[in-house]
Ligand binder design. Sequence first.
Ligand code: ADE
Ligand code: ZN
Length: 334
Amino acid sequence: MTEEELHAIVHLPKVELHTHFEGMAPPAFIRGLAKEKKVDLSRIFRPDGSYDYRDFWHFLEVYEAATSVLKSPEDFARLCTAVLEESAANGVVYQETFLSPDFCGGGDVAAWKEYLHAIREAATVAERDLGITLRGVITCIRHFGSDQARDTACCAAETAGDFITGFGMGGDEKKGRQRDFSWAFDCAREAGLQLTTHAGEWNGPSEVREAVEDLGVERIGHGVNAHTDPALLEMLAERGVTLEVCPGSNVFLGVFPSLDQHPIAKLRKAGVPVTISTDDPPFFHTTMRKEYEALAKTFRWGEEDFRDLNRIAIGAAFCDEATRSAIAKRLEQP
Ligand code: ADE
Ligand code: ZN
């Protein structure tokens, strides 16, 4: 691949479906807030300033510690501006992000509405100034349990609309079962929200099957461990269940030992709708440009492969049809 070909790939307009809002916070942003609020967070940073954690489960603890200094709607509005500047600089034109009312007012509906209002205002300014469109997917957190997920679903149902368009679940996949959260997902569906859940990042293919069959989700966060089950791959392809694949995250956290051993090419070949995202980019030392560059080099994918991946992503986006066609048009720019 020539330098020009790689340059064209890295600079393509991009659709990103799987990001955690707080997980996009640059470490310097969190350090700055900690200083302002006189909270000692030195334990979660390495001497070079990056986030410090040992493995995925420790990552979840560090994530929650970092999030603890985001205390007001204004803090979340500042975060929104910072993350959309970074995403727009990476060529992202449409992004979905997981928002957790648990971190924004502790799951209280009235408080959540204030946080959401502030986030939305910042997103509107970024859309006008930077040309990036954001949509929110409200996310319950699996290791916080199904009771808390009900509160989260109530927040989601109360604020479902043109900005909050989806409902999902993140957190520790080793805790509980997908079906424990049926009430929350049913509530969200009834409120008109589209559904996704993290599955098959740490557990095997049966987790992905349960997510589809027990919760009725249209997309799966990660889902990469489906690759060992041919019947499941067939089912995902047939039903058009889209995987939000985060290759850099998977390699950084050790789900796969290296990108060349990542099953993303195999999943595409099986006809499963696959998309590319960064998950929690500063935590995993990645960006959308870095993801595209690494994938292009490792799998020898050309510009048309990435254009296809983006078409799949906007096709699976949780947004209204006017937004979808406007973004799809931007993706086709030469
Ligand atoms: N929360 C933030 N990042 C996550 C991930 N990759 N998996 C599950 N929960 C998360
Ligand atoms: Zn995730």
